[in-house]
Design a protein around this ligand. Structure first.
Ligand code: PPS
Length: 427
């Protein structure tokens, strides 16, 4: 048996169909490229197009994202990057109703009633909320990609303990605010049903909509919860591997390298940190936050599997390219190194990060010069969460009012019943 040889000559009909197909493909790629270019940071030289796998840039960019902003996990840095992408591409970001402050009435379960009517219908959502799958599904378009970020529970708990030391009663009760004392006997300070209790134990599970009080000894609860999370979130990033996470994010969304540039936001000063050097303390933190610890370990393993799928060498190359691009951006915006400052030393009030208490310093950035900043995009790059959320709400409200979208007030019962959560971050 012989294989039929392919004909060297095409019939005119085949020829024209192929030509048409080729032309169509060419038009599509050109269109996609043009679209990608139009949303590029016009103020900044485009980073050399580099991608592995190389054809990534021909896929259209994905433009519907729900980011579950977990606490103390580098989530503000991710949120800022998503806000900037949405702004550059004219995409609507769901923002909280005034009554909810700049978070979606956290720690209540998320409801679409918490969304400001002038930010509907959204393509992005990235502010703190307690995950509620059904309500998010009602709000977001069908093509939404869900992502979130986790942090290793020992460093995360240390950050929570320090950041919420004046808000969380479980932490406030501890003599001298000592984390060691708290961990020696957490049950004598912690009351599961009081205000802000969710900052003191299994905060990740709480943010993801789970039960932070569930017994870690139950063999069915966590596997079922993890299974559910896996079916919802296309990517679970890790704060410890932030740049690798961003590379995976850009692959998932077919974004450019320039779309994931960032500077670290919401950092504590080194003096505000407690160095956990003892293995005993770390083990106590993991035992106290056993659900979070298991959750983290699980998604840590899946993260490395995802990295292997893309190819570790490939990811490393992109991480280097990202570093170089971030450095170039920093040189452009800060005329050198980023200028990290305690809030009170930042001249531009719009750039001062919110301070949770006098005992903790959250540092931010100043831009060089006393006059207007170098450019708008540099300002957004370093703008803290509260100010950026407020700015976006003003901008989208103006746009929406011009379109005369009917005002859809939050149901009065929702407004009246709002508790005085969370600690209002006001700049
Ligand atoms: N890129 C990157 N990589 C690793 N870590 C980073 C990054 N950006 C911010 N951070 C650290 O994240 C902590 C703040 O987290 P959040 O922004 O999620 O906090 S908040 O819940 O919104 O207040 C805070 O941690 P601590 O300083 O330990 O408190 C930041 O330093």
């Amino acid at each position: 048996m012989t294989c039929p040889l392919p004909s060297l000559f095409y019939s005119p009909k085949t020829m024209s169909r192929k030509k048409a197909l080729l032309l169509l493909l060419l038009a599509f790629s050109t269109g996609t490229l043009l679209l990608r270019q139009s949303a590029h940071l016009g103020w900044f030289p485009k980073s050399p197009s580099f991608s592995c796998p190389p054809l990534l840039s021909l896929r259209p960019k994905h433009t519907a994202v729900a980011f579950l902003k977990t606490h103390k996990t580098a989530s503000t840095t991710v949120q800022n990057l998503l806000f900037r992408f949405a702004e550059r591409n004219n995409l609507t970001v769901a923002l909280p109703h005034h009554a909810c402050d700049h978070q979606f009435c956290y720690p209540r379960n998320f409801s679409s009633r918490f969304v400001h009517p002038y930010t509907l219908p959204p393509r992005f959502i990235a502010s703190h909320l307690r995950f509620n799958r059904e309500e998010l599904r009602r709000l977001m378009p069908n093509d939404t990609i869900y992502i979130t970020i986790l942090r290793e529970p020992v460093t995360m708990f240390e950050s929570l303990f320090s950041y919420y030391n004046q808000y969380c009663p479980a932490f406030k009760r501890v003599p001298n605010g000592s984390m060691e004392v708290f961990l020696d006997n957490p049950h004598s300070y912690y009351r599961p049903h009081e205000k802000y209790a969710m900052y003191a134990r299994n905060t990740l599970v709480y943010d993801l909509g789970g039960d932070p009080e569930h017994s870690p000894g139950d063999p069915t609860y966590l596997p079922a919860f993890i299974h559910q999370m896996e079916s919802i979130f296309s990517l679970v990033m890790l704060a410890e591997y932030f740049d690798e996470s961003l590379v995976l994010l850009r692959h998932l969304l077919a974004w450019d390298l320039d779309d994931i540039l960032y500077v670290k936001l919401n950092m504590r000063s080194p003096e505000s940190k407690l160095n956990i050097t003892s293995a005993r303390l770390a083990a106590q933190i993991r035992a106290w936050n056993a659900l979070d610890a298991h959750l983290y370990d699980h998604f840590n393993a899946t993260f490395w599997r995802k990295l292997n799928e893309v190819g570790r060498d490939c990811v490393q190359k992109e991480v280097h390219a990202l570093h170089r691009a971030c450095e170039r951006l920093a040189r452009h915006c800060f005329r050198g190194q980023p200028q990290l400052r305690p809030a009170m030393q930042i001249k531009n009030k719009e750039l001062r990060p919110w301070q949770p208490s006098a005992k903790v310093d959250i540092v931010g950035y100043d831009l060089p010069g006393s006059g207007p900043p170098l450019d708008e995009q540099c300002l957004k790059l370093v703008m803290p969460e509260v100010q950026y959320s407020r700015y976006l709400l003003r901008k989208q409200s103006l746009r929406n009012r011009r379109r005369a979208v009917p005002h859809r007030p939050l149901a009065p019962r929702g407004l009246l019943r709002l508790p005085r959560h969370p600690p209002p971050k006001t700049a």
